[in-house]
Write a new protein. Structure first.
Length: 227
C-alpha cells in the first residue's frame, strides 16, 4: 500500500545502481543503492536500517524504472536464507491433498469406532485451519505483487479468476437467508471461586486487612494523635 503512493516523478536515477526517491510524508530524499557483489543494497530510510529488507522505496524503483527489478540485486543478497525456501524441509512435509480421511456414516458406527471418529474430526479441523492459513499467505503475496506487476492483462485475468474463486467459496460458507454466518468461537472459562467451593475444594484464605494502630502522646495535658 505504501509503495503505491510513490509516483514516477518521485524516482530519480543517479547512476547505474544509484537512485534517489522523494519521501511521501515530507520533503526529504532517500538515496538508494542496488549494491553489487562487494556491497549490499542500502536505503537511508529507517525501515530498511531496522530490518535490511526491501522497503517501499525499492518497490517504487522496481515499478517506475524500466529494466530494474528483483533480479537487478546482487546474488549475495537474493540468496539470503530469508528469501530462499529450504527445499529439504519442504519436500519432507506431507501435502494436505495426500491426507484423505474417509467419511463414515454415524449410523454404522460402533461405540469403539466413535472414539476414532472424534479423533478424525479433530484432525480434519486442524487440516482446515492449516489450509486456510496457507491461502491467506498466498493472498498476501498476491497483494504485494499487484503493486509491481507491469501487465494490465495479467491483472485483469487475475481479478476475474479471483472473482470466480470468491463465488465458489461463498457457496461453501454457512449462511442464513443469503447472509454469511460467522463461526462461533467459545472461550474456555476458568473455574470461579464459587464453583470451587461447591466442589468442596479447599481455598487459601486471603489475609485480613490489618488495622492501623494510633499512637497517642500527652503534651502539657493535651492528647495529640499521630499516625
Amino acid at each position: 500500500m505504501k509503495a503505491a503512493c510513490i509516483s514516477n516523478n518521485m524516482v530519480h536515477v543517479n547512476g547505474d545502481n544509484s537512485f534517489s526517491v522523494m519521501s511521501v510524508n515530507n520533503d526529504g530524499i532517500y538515496n538508494i543503492s542496488l549494491g553489487n557483489e562487494n556491497e549490499m543494497p542500502s536505503c537511508q530510510c529507517r525501515e530498511f536500517k531496522r530490518s535490511h529488507l526491501l522497503c517501499k522505496h525499492f518497490l517504487g524503483i522496481f515499478h517506475h524504472v524500466p529494466g530494474i527489478s528483483w533480479d537487478s540485486l546482487p546474488d549475495s543478497y537474493k540468496n539470503n536464507p530469508h528469501f530462499i525456501v529450504d527445499t529439504d524441509c519442504v519436500d519432507t512435509c506431507p501435502l494436505l491433498e495426500d491426507t484423505d480421511i474417509p467419511y463414515v456414516c454415524s449410523s454404522e458406527l460402533t461405540p469403539d469406532d466413535e472414539v476414532e471418529t472424534q479423533c478424525a474430526t479433530k484432525h480434519t479441523t486442524l487440516d482446515l485451519q492449516r489450509s486456510a492459513k496457507q491461502v491467506r499467505e498466498v493472498l498476501h503475496r498476491l497483494n504485494n505483487l499487484t503493486y509491481i506487476v507491469d501487465s494490465v492483462e495479467k491483472l485483469i485475468t487475475l481479478r476475474h479468476n479471483l472473482h470466480e474463486l470468491e463465488i465458489n467459496l461463498v457457496k461453501e460458507c454457512p449462511s442464513s437467508e443469503g447472509l454469511i454466518l460467522e463461526a462461533d468461537i467459545e472461550k474456555e472459562k476458568g473455574p470461579t471461586r464459587k464453583s470451587l467451593k461447591r466442589k468442596g475444594a479447599k481455598l487459601k484464605e486471603l489475609p485480613s486487612k490489618r488495622k492501623k494502630k494510633i499512637a497517642t502522646s500527652s503534651i502539657k495535658g493535651m492528647y495529640v494523635c499521630t499516625k
